[in-house]
Design a protein around this ligand. Structure first.
Ligand code: IPE
Ligand code: IPE
Ligand code: MG
Length: 252
């Protein structure tokens, strides 16, 4: 059965006993996909699906806090999403801005540090950039969890930006190595995601954290993002804990 935003009014899903709290992923990335299909299935405009994604986002972040995940990165708008109809793009810009206004105080009180990964180019309205900066400033000293919104984010753009920064520094070719590139990613202190969850059954990456996901475990639940709740996060973590990560080596 599908759930709705009103789920949030009930008791939050309990942590399943099979989830090992001593081995939770440090960093979880989420590609929040399926909002449009969720709305279509209900005869609603696509934008209603984005709006319904807010409850999912909050519940997942609260679930992540509950089990002690230290880093969460949420893909909110890709460098390719500008290709969508103007009205939808405009809605997404305003929605992300208003979501921040509504939620930043409660996130702040819970000890969440808010960050944004992506390009601050001319297409992002100034008022949205202002809200982003306010949220960053408000929460910058929090350390319980870092929540990064990937907004106007593209993995290729991030690598291009890193290379540009290296070239601007005048780096010698033999000094270009993985460490040098990593130093110039948007957040050099961010650990690579251990787990990436993409909702809606699509099994692709769509330009999310390309450099950082080299060895991430990938999970693709069929759940559409607006239906996503912390129990789905917990299920994904349980599945993650059953995987064997070899990083190219051999395990006995
Ligand atoms: C994800 O949902 C939200 C954004 C990309 C901003 P979609 O809008 O991509 O929903 P579908 O994939 O069309 O169902
Ligand atoms: C990826 O979803 C981007 C976000 C969730 C923000 P898309 O819906 O844009 O990806 P494609 O177009 O299906 O690959
Ligand atoms: Mg999509």
């Amino acid at each position: 059965m599908t759930s709705t935003a009103s789920d949030l009014d009930g008791a939050p899903d309990p942590v399943p006993p099979e989830l090992d709290l001593s081995r939770v992923p440090v960093h979880v990335g989420c590609v929040m996909d399926g909002n449009g299909r969720w709305a279509n299935a209900r005869g609603l405009p696509r934008t209603e699906g984005h709006a319904a994604g807010e409850a999912a986002l909050l519940d997942v972040v609260n679930g992540a806090l509950e089990i002690g995940i230290k880093w969460i990165t949420l893909y909110a708008f890709s460098t390719e999403n500008w290709r969508r109809p103007t009205d939808e793009v405009r809605f997404l810009m305003n929605f992300n801005q208003s979501l921040l206004m509504r939620r930043r105080d409660e996130l702040n009180e819970k000890g969440v540090q808010i960050r944004f990964a992506g390009r601050r180019d001319w297409r992002v309205p100034r008022r949205v950039l202002r809200r982003m900066d306010e949220s960053i400033a408000l929460t910058k000293n929090n350390s319980r969890m870092v929540m990064t919104m990937a907004f106007n984010y593209g993995g290729r753009a991030e690598i291009v930006d890193a290379v540009r920064a290296l070239v601007a520094e005048g780096i010698a070719p033999d000094k270009v190595d993985e460490r040098a590139i990593r130093r110039h990613l948007y957040f050099p202190d961010m650990p690579d995601p251990d787990l990436v969850i993409r909702t809606s059954g699509e099994t692709r990456i769509s330009n999310f954290l390309l450099w950082e996901i080299a060895y991430s475990e990938l999970i693709f639940p069929d759940t559409l993002w607006p239906d996503m709740r912390r129990r789905h996060l917990y299920q994904a973590v349980v599945e993650f804990q059953q995987r064997v990560r070899r990083f190219g080596a051999v395990t006995s």
